[in-house]
Design a protein around this ligand. Structure first.
Ligand code: ADP
Length: 795
């Protein structure tokens, strides 16, 4: 089966040409593709070569000394570099052995096709030539035949006409003979030509054409052999599994195999070996508690009335949190124990293990905090909660209705419980005297007293002792209704206290406190039952004010009560007024008679000043008040204030509403709720409820109070007196008044005010406090005016 016998026809010839064209196209495609492959391989080789070079440059190399992972990585990078080199070599070979050969093959293929086509054309031309020759000869033959026929007919015509002679006949004969020879010659040539053509055509068809096709076949096959070789080379140079590559891969594998996770940090550990981590020492900065007079101790929880509720709820919170944390930790621990093989641990397992450790830490923290709180609470034992703040009032005061009596623990005790007489009758029982007062009374080691306190609506009897500071013990009640501390029980509290005192044993072993000297009630401490409230005469900041009768001498007194709803700070202020007034004795200062803290409600008992508040008095009696009376009121107030100034007491709320009017219109300074016994007092906790229109600018602007601030207020008080109870800065808001004063505005003189008096007012309102007069100077001026104007009146 070859070209020669099978591909002689015209269509086969055309198909062969078409085939060759297709093969040439295929070669073109191959050359293009393989050129691209060579290019890509080279680029790939260059990319991985440069990345391997980058990879080999390990940052912070010094920190990785001895690391097997690092060595493994370097070997891999080296191998990748080697791979890159081989890929490049293969690409080079592909270019020289394949791409260039394809080029050659392509050129040869085109040349061969051209030759084949030329041969074919030549052969066809030969056949055409033969056909043309025969056709030409045939035409010549037909022409000769025509001429012969014409010559013969002419000769026959002349022969008939002229007989057998004549010249003309000779010509005609000769022409006839020539035409005859010509015809015969043409005939022969035709015959010869046909023989030759037949021979030639046979030869071309049976010999030349087959040999042409045979040659073509040989060329084609040779070409395919070369082509195959090229493809073999293509495969060869595309092979990345050759020995060389396998060798490189084997090196890479070996590099990875040489990594021993257990040995990775061997060198590192040797190089950086240190001692075990030392504990982080976080110490309590003892400077922090320097100024807390031993109330706050380093590292010790403070258990007092301010913190107890917080500590309990914190403990509760901690215990709940601890429970949840423990449960979570145990659940996590269970899961982790099931996955304890480290070689099979996944990232998830590690995160679970980490979670367990964190929960453990959290649990420890919570446990420790709960332990500390529990310890501190247990330590307290039967000791009463210490007061967190010396100034705060503890317990709560019942509403101070005049009739209703708040039941106290003492009232609820049976007669037998009261034993040894009524506890109330014991001189060392101080009723609901606030703790800070108690602390003030207990001065010498062993001094003691008993008092009542309220906590969470529950009355408790407390033994307070001066012992290593001050200790307060709550009297414990047994289920049988007996009383005790740590030792034996007694049917009544006086018996318990007597035993404790006489035995000389410590109240609790922890405190070691021993009772030595009972401290009796002060003369100020009145018995609540001796105060009979009669009628309400006023309403103060803390509660209502009553007219009352004081037994046993039946004196009429004024009694101030404290509202239960007020915050501790206000309650403290309430008693502070009593504490301050207790020290003063002056006809122009309202007198303190005593305080009722035996039981609730707490009351301050004062002299009854019958005219009530000066402001009301001025307004009510405006028509009747004379100038001399006004001057005397000013003098009285100045006398009282001068006395206070000499005692370094700053009133801070001097105003007509806070003065009282006694017999003969004597003015008495009252309402010491805001007073301070200091030369200078700086307000740091805001300026709430400040009587702006009575307060000096330096107190408003800088919170700085001195007696000279009281002088400013005194000026306003004078203005109130002379305006007979007018409203200062009327029509202005507090802030407007403040702004105007800062801008230099001063209240105008009320109608009919004496010039000297107004001058004194203005003097009191000097913006710079140092320019203001002191109260003794004021008193001197006003007293002189009083004298002058009383004489004028007499005259
Ligand atoms: P607080 O200091 O609580 O504001 P005040 O001292 O202003 O109370 O008293 C309120 C009112 O009670 C006064 O305006 C006055 O009418 C009356 N008052 C207060 N103390 C006495 C007293 N000692 N004698 C007569 N009335 C008084």
């Amino acid at each position: 089966m070859g070209f020669a016998t099978n591909l002689q026809g015209q269509t086969a010839h055309e198909a062969l040409l078409g085939r060759q064209d297709a093969e040439i196209k295929l070669l073109e495609t191959m050359r293009r593709c393989l050129t691209t492959k060579v290019k890509s391989d080279r680029e790939y080789a260059s990319t991985i070569s440069s990345l391997s070079n980058q990879g080999k440059k390990v940052e912070r190399d010094a920190d990785l000394v001895g690391s097997l992972i690092t060595q493994g990585w370097r070997d891999i990078m080296e191998s990748i570099d080697q791979t890159a080199k081989h890929i490049k070599q293969q690409a080079d070979s592909m270019e020289s052995a394949v791409v260039e050969h394809i080029g050659t093959l392509y050129a040869e293929r085109r040349r061969a096709r051209k030759l084949y086509q030329e041969e074919q054309i030549w052969l066809n031309n030969q056949f055409q030539q033969l056909t043309d020759d025969v056709a030409r000869k045939k035409t010549e033959y037909q022409k000769s035949l025509e001429m012969y026929k014409v010559a013969r007919s002419k000769f026959e015509e002349h022969y008939v006409k002229s007989g057998r002679g004549g010249r003309k006949l000779d010509d005609v004969r000769e022409k006839y003979q020539k035409a005859c020879r010509k015809l015969h010659l043409t005939h022969n040539e035709y015959v010869l030509l046909l023989n030759a053509v037949a021979e030639c055509e046979h030869d071309l068809r049976t010999y030349y054409l087959p040999s042409l096709l045979r040659r073509q076949q040989a060329i084609h096959q040779e070409f395919i052999v070369a082509w195959k070789r090229i493809l073999q080379d293509t495969v060869k140079y595309s092979d990345f599994t050759t020995e060389k590559f396998l060798e490189i891969h084997a090196r890479m594998r070996a590099a990875v195999d040489s990594i021993k996770p257990l040995e990775e940090y061997k060198d590192f550990i040797t190089k950086h070996r240190t001692r075990p981590a030392s504990p982080l020492r976080l110490t309590f900065d003892e400077n922090l508690v320097d100024d807390t007079s031993g109330k706050l101790l380093p590292y010790k929880l403070t258990v007092d009335n301010l913190t107890i509720d917080w500590l309990r709820s914190r403990l509760n919170e901690l215990e709940n949190c601890l429970k949840t944390t423990q449960q979570n930790r145990l659940a996590m621990q269970l899961i982790n124990e099931n996955n304890s093989d480290p070689s099979k641990m996944t990232v998830l397992d590690y995160s679970r293990e980490r979670e367990e450790l964190r929960l453990r830490c959290q649990e420890k923290k919570l446990q420790r905090q709960a332990e500390v709180i529990r310890g501190a609470l247990n330590e307290l034992g039967c000791e009463e909660l210490p007061s967190g703040c010396d100034l705060s009032m503890e317990g709560s005061f019942a509403e101070p209705p005049p009739i209703q009596k708040v039941p106290s623990r003492i009232d609820s005790l049976t007669n037998s419980q009261k034993g040894n007489g009524d506890l109330m009758e014991e001189e060392w029982f101080h009723g609901v005297l606030p703790r800070e007062e108690v602390v003030r009374l207990l001065v010498v080691e062993g001094d003691f007293l008993v008092r009542e306190t309220m906590r969470n609506d529950e009355s408790q009897i407390v033994l307070s002792v001066c012992w290593d500071g001050h200790k307060h013990f709550i009297v414990q009640t047994t289920p049988e209704g007996h009383f005790r501390f740590e030792g034996p029980t007694f049917p009544s509290i006086p018996e318990l206290i007597m035993h404790q005192w006489k035995s000389g044993l410590p109240v609790t072993s922890r405190s070691g406190a021993i009772l030595k000297t009972p401290i009796f009630r002060e003369r100020w401490e009145l018995n609540n039952d001796d105060v009979i409230l009669l009628e309400k005469i006023g309403r103060g900041n803390f509660g209502d004010v009553y007219k009352a009768r004081l037994k046993p001498c039946e004196t009429e007194v004024a009694v101030k009560t404290c509202k239960v709803t007020l915050p501790d700070e206000q309650k403290r202020k309430f008693l502070q007024e009593g504490r301050i007034l207790k020290q003063y004795d002056h006809p122009n200062i309202v007198k303190l008679i005593g305080i009722c803290v035996q039981k609730q409600p707490i009351m301050i008992v004062m002299e009854l000043v019958p005219g009530g508040s000066l402001l009301t008095y001025l307004r009510k009696n405006a028509a009747a008040i004379s100038q001399i009376e006004q001057l005397r009121m000013c003098r009285d107030a100045a006398a009282g204030m001068s006395y206070l100034e000499s005692k370094f007491c700053i009133h801070r709320d001097l105003a007509a509403r806070n003065c009282l009017v006694g017999f003969d219109s004597t003015v008495k300074i009252s309402d010491f709720g805001m007073s301070r016994e200091e030369e200078e007092y700086i307000v740091s906790d805001g300026m709430k409820q400040i009587p702006i229109k009575w307060t000096a600018p330096e107190a408003l602007n800088f919170g700085k109070y001195t007696s000279l601030c009281d002088v400013w207020s005194y000026g306003v008080l004078m203005w109130e007196i002379f305006s007979k109870g007018g409203n200062p800065y009327s029509g202005m808001s507090n802030s407007q008044a403040r702004e105007k004063i800062d801008a230099g505005f001063r209240l105008p003189a009320p109608d009919g005010t004496l010039e000297e008096v107004y001058r004194l007012m203005l003097h009191c309102w000097e913006y710079e406090p140092e320019k203001r007069p002191h109260f003794d100077q004021i008193y001197t001026i006003v007293e002189r005016l009083c004298q002058v104007y009383s004489q004028v009146k007499i005259v």
